[in-house]
Design a protein around this ligand. Sequence first.
Ligand code: ADP
Ligand code: MG
Length: 478
Amino acid sequence: MSWETVIGLEIHVQLNTHSKIFSAASTAYGAQANTQACAVDLGLPGVLPVLNAAAVRKAIQFGLAINAKIADQSIFARKNYFYPDLPKGYQISQYELPIVEHGQLEIVLEDGSRKVVGITRAHLEEDAGKSLHEDFEGMTGIDLNRAGTPLIEIVSEPEMSSAKEAVAYMKKIHSIVRYLEISDGNMQEGSFRCDANVSVRKQGATEFGTRTETKNLNSFRFVERAINYEIERQIDVLESGGEVVQETRLYDADDDSTRSMRSKEEANDYRYFPDPDLLPVKIEAELLEELRAALPELPDAKQQRFCSEYGLSEDDARQLTVSKDIATYFEQVVKHGNGQAKLAANWVLGEVSAALNQAAIGIEQSPVDANRLGLLITRIDDNTISGKIAKEVFQAMWTSESSADEIIEQKGLRQISDTSELDAIVSKVVEENPKQVEQYLSGKDKVFGFFVGKVMQATKGKANPKQVNELLKKKLVK
Ligand code: ADP
Ligand code: MG
C-alpha cells in the first residue's frame, strides 16, 4: 500500500533585541544562570509588562518578507500551563489576533521544481526559562535568564510532503531571518528551533491522518531524521492494524528515534484569554511603509539578480544567496577578480566552501578574504597561472598572509608563456614516446591525454593547458 506524508512546522525564532519583550532585562546569551531575569520576567506580584517596540518591528519585518498580512491590531493572550521553567504560570503569547497572518514562501526541491508553502501565522510571544538536567544529580536546575526573550512562532500550513521539503522550508525561513537581521539564527544556542507535525494517509485520501508533534528540533539534520523516523513509525503502526495516537514526542539524537512525551488526553487546556496587563498593539500605516521601504534585498530577489547580472545558473545563484555573508563575499570577489563571475562562483562554491567546511568556520572568518581571492582569480583570467596551479596557490594563501602574486613569485609558479620553450618540451615528449604516437595515429584518441599529462609533468603543471593542446594537435598529425 502506498502512503503519503503531511507535514506542518512550527518554528520558534528568538528576536535579537537587546532587552526582553516585556522588561528591560538583557537577552545576552551565556550569562551566569539567573542573573538576567528581573521581577517582570519572574512574574512577581505587582509588576507590569511593557511591550518592547523593537520586537514588534522585527515581527513586522518578517511578515513583510513573506508577503503576509500585518494585523493593524493584534492582541496578547495568556497561555496558561504549569511548568517549573515558567515562573508566572502562563506564557504571554498571541492567540486570536496574531501580528502576522497568511504569508507564503517558495522552496526549491531537489529536482529543481518549485513549491509555495503557506504560512498560517507568525505571532509574538515570550520564551520560557530553561530546565537543566546535567550537573544536578537527581534534581533539575532552573535558569530563568531566557524567560521573556522575544520569539516569533512561525506556523506553516500542513503543506509539506517529505522531510526534504520540510528542511528546505526551514532553511528558507532561516535564511530570511538572517537576511533581515532580526535573529542570530544560532541553532546550537536555541535561537532557532522547530516542532515538526507529521501525519500519513493513504495515497489519494482526502482527510488528514492523525498527527504527532515532535518538539524542539534544533538542527536541520535532526528535523530531517525525526520526520523520517516518524513517517516510518506511523506507517508501521497503521500497516499492522493499529492507530496513530495524537501526541507530543521527543527526538533522541543518540539513537535517532522519537518517543512519546505526552498524549492528547494529558495535553494542557491552555485557557487562553487576552492579557489584561497589555494593551492591543496598533500598527500605523506609516510604520508599515517605513519598514517596507527599509527591507533589504531578500534571497529570492538576490538570486534572480545574480542570474541576470552575472549570468550564473539558478543553482549557483541560489547557493551563493543562501546567506548574505556568502553573497557579499562573492560580489566582492567578482569586483576584485576582473569581473569573472562564473570563475568566482566556482571558487566560492568549490575550493573556498570546502576549506571553510574543513575548518568548520563561516565565510566571515575565512583566512582568505574576498579581495585576496579576487587577485587569484585575476591571475587565472590573465593566464599567469592555470586553474590547477591556482589551487596550490590558494592552499598557500589559506595558511599565510601572502598575496597570490607573492606566492606565484616565491614558488615560481608562473605559467610558461614562451611558446618556443613549450614547443621544445612538446617535441621532446612526442619523440620519446613513439609507441603512443603510433597508437594515437591509428585512431586511439584517448592517448592524447597521455601526451598532455607528460607535458604537464615535464613543466610541473606550469604550461597553459590550452596552449599544450594546440601544440600537441599540430605535432600529432598523420
Ligand atoms: P496546535 O495549535 O494544537 O499545535 P495547529 O492546528 O495550530 O495545532 O497546527 C499546528 C501545526 O500542525 C501547523 O503547522 C499545522 O500545519 C500542522 N498540522 C495540523 N494538522 C496536521 C496534520 N494532520 N498533519 C500534519 N501536520 C498538521
Ligand atoms: Mg503546536
